[in-house]
Ligand binder design. Structure first.
Ligand SMILES: *[C@@H]1O[C@H](CO)[C@@H](O)[C@H](O)[C@H]1NC(C)=O
Ligand SMILES: *[C@@H]1O[C@H](CO)[C@@H](O)[C@H](O)[C@H]1NC(C)=O
Ligand SMILES: *[C@@H]1O[C@H](CO)[C@@H](O)[C@H](O)[C@H]1NC(C)=O
Ligand SMILES: *[C@@H]1O[C@H](CO)[C@@H](O)[C@H](O)[C@H]1NC(C)=O
Length: 495
């Protein structure tokens, strides 16, 4: 072999050595992942999320609600298992057209495969997000199994059916019971036919059943269960269901699902928890301290691999925490706490410590965050503020004021701090533009941080940054692919 070839081979092997970990490498002993949602006015750059939050904290799996190209580009070579999602709005189209499903798979799966140089370790394609939610009625229900079938066919046609599984994340209201007892649960009568079709589909293709849980909403609705029951407190009063005793809400929920599955002949189906978490603001009992007790209790329970009374020693196959980050554009229809599910704040700072794969160490925060200027908008006390309520409601109908609601971190600050909070929220939402702090002359821009105790007046993350970063990432990415191609090429020449 000529000397210059050997040199190039060496160079290529070097490139291979410094490239990110391979897609087949599995990390993290615990089958735990996180949901990464992006319903935020100012999102962190995907590269910061992947490198500084997911990788730095040993997170082995991530679930997306779509197939955002910039998120997937950032996940290239990370070794993290990824679940991508088809939004509910696309189900009808994918259900009615095989070619629409094939092109979705081509655009969102194929291009990220190792063979295409993408190297994103896609494990699941989620068909819709809670498409059977009771409040959706028949909007998506008729299209779910059809869309799943067409996506499955496209994956099989591309020889991917063994690597990538099709799943349907379901809300907990798909099953119900006339009592509190897990054994009495059954699927909602209006879903009987659809559920049988879905289960037969999942069974045929070896896909797990994905259930989303909302223990916090259950606590609010179910006055009979104590907080300790939700927080995995071992001394909490157990619920007796025949021969089985339930000491925590999690086991009750899993066994409720197992009961519903058993009644239609699918009691052995593998279960993945697609969403589970605890909010930290915007309602009573939504605090970082309680969220930590819940999340750590959950992780300890999963680590014990104890399973549930109906499935002893058979823990859920995977469990996805909800959520990675706070999202200020999430709908608050079901409560103001909806914007505070993050284990991390909107800007990537851990609210508490929980083992996501990093072990007993504290979680690592994002450190490369670029913020807007250290400026806030507050009420100008020198003005006549008698008419301010209109401005406050205008601010809050656009911006996020959920921390002001009863039980929230800013609920106790009173007047005029709460009006200032609303003004500032609106001001940051609009990237600190001067006219977004006008409010008919009642707003005032200040460089003095108005935060009081736990009530934080935020400064938004700079988002233009994400554009320059993704360009930068794109260059890195193509260099990396190039490096890989070179290696294969020179190995070929060498051999
Ligand atoms: C809650 O507890 C009360 C008293 O023990 C009981 O009468 C009621 O049926 C329970 N509610 C539910 C939903 O189980
Ligand atoms: C749904 O299934 C359950 C259990 O198999 C059955 O009791 C019920 O009558 C069914 N409901 C409908 C609407 O088919
Ligand atoms: C308050 O609003 C009312 C009605 O819009 C208006 O007539 C009044 O002049 C306003 N007062 C101040 C101080 O701006
Ligand atoms: C602000 O606090 C005052 C006094 O406690 C209260 O009357 C008002 O409703 C609060 N406004 C908001 C938007 O929270």
């Amino acid at each position: 072999m000529p000397a210059n070839h050997r040199m190039q081979l060496l160079l290529s092997l070097l490139l291979l050595a410094i490239s990110p970990p391979s897609w087949w490498q599995r990390r993290g002993a615990l089958a735990v992942g996180v949901n990464w949602g992006t319903s935020s006015s100012h999102t962190l750059p995907p590269s910061v999320v992947v490198t500084e939050l997911l990788k730095a904290n040993g997170v082995a799996r991530v679930k997306l609600f779509d197939a955002d190209p910039s998120a997937l580009a950032s996940l290239v070579g990370s070794g993290i298992g990824v679940s991508i999602g088809v939004p509910n709005e696309m189900l009808r189209a994918l259900s009615s057209s095989k070619s629409a499903a094939a092109s979705w798979v081509h655009d969102n799966v194929m291009r990220y495969l190792p063979t295409a140089g993408g190297a994103v370790r896609i494990e699941f394609v989620a068909i819709g997000d809670e498409p059977f939610l009771l409040s959706y009625g028949q909007e998506f229900q008729p299209f779910v199994v059809g869309a799943a079938t067409n996506v499955q066919r496209s994956l099989a046609a591309m020889d991917l059916a063994n690597k990538i599984k099709v799943i349907v994340p379901c809300s907990s209201d798909i099953y119900q019971s006339e009592s509190n007892l897990p054994s009495k649960n059954h699927f909602r009568p209006d879903l009987n036919k659809t559920m049988i079709e879905l289960l037969s589909f999942l069974h045929e293709y070896g896909s797990p059943f994905v259930i989303n849980m909302n223990p916090f909403a259950s606590l609010q609705q179910n006055k009979n269960l104590s907080l300790g029951h939700f927080l995995f407190q071992t001394n909490s009063h157990p619920l007796t269901d025949g021969a089985n005793k339930y000491k925590n809400y999690f086991d009750m929920s899993i066994d409720s699902l197992v009961s519903a599955l058993s009644k239609v002949g699918y009691g052995e189906m593998d279960i993945i928890v697609g969403k589970i978490g605890w909010p930290t603001d915007g309602a009573m009992n939504a605090t970082p301290a309680i969220a930590q007790r819940f999340m750590q209790g959950l992780m300890t329970h999963l680590q014990s691999k104890a399973g549930t009374p109906l499935r002893p020693k058979r823990p859920t196959r995977e469990t996805y925490a909800f959520s990675l980050l706070d999202e200020d554009r999430r709908s608050i229809k079901s409560g103001n706490y909806e914007r505070h599910w993050g284990i991390f704040t909107f800007d990537g700072q851990a609210k508490y410590t929980v083992d996501l794969g990093q072990g007993s160490k504290a979680l690592v925060n994002a450190h490369d965050v670029e913020y807007l200027a250290q400026k806030w908008c507050v009420v100008n006390n020198n003005k006549d503020t008698s008419n301010i309520s209109g401005s406050v409601s205008q601010a809050c109908s656009n911006a996020d004021c959920s921390a002001l609601s009863a039980g929230g971190s800013c609920s106790g600050i009173g007047w005029p701090g709460n009006a200032s909070y609303a003004f500032n929220s609106f001001f940051q939402l609009h990237d600190q533009s001067a006219d977004s702090c006008d409010f008919g002359g009642l707003g005032l821009i200040t460089t003095v941080d108005p935060s009081i105790d736990d009530c934080l007046y935020t400064v938004a993350v700079r988002t233009s940054h994400s554009i320059s970063t993704s360009i930068h990432r794109g260059v890195e990415w193509s260099l990396w692919i190039h490096g890989r191609t070179l290696v294969s090429f020179f190995l070929l020449v060498w051999l």
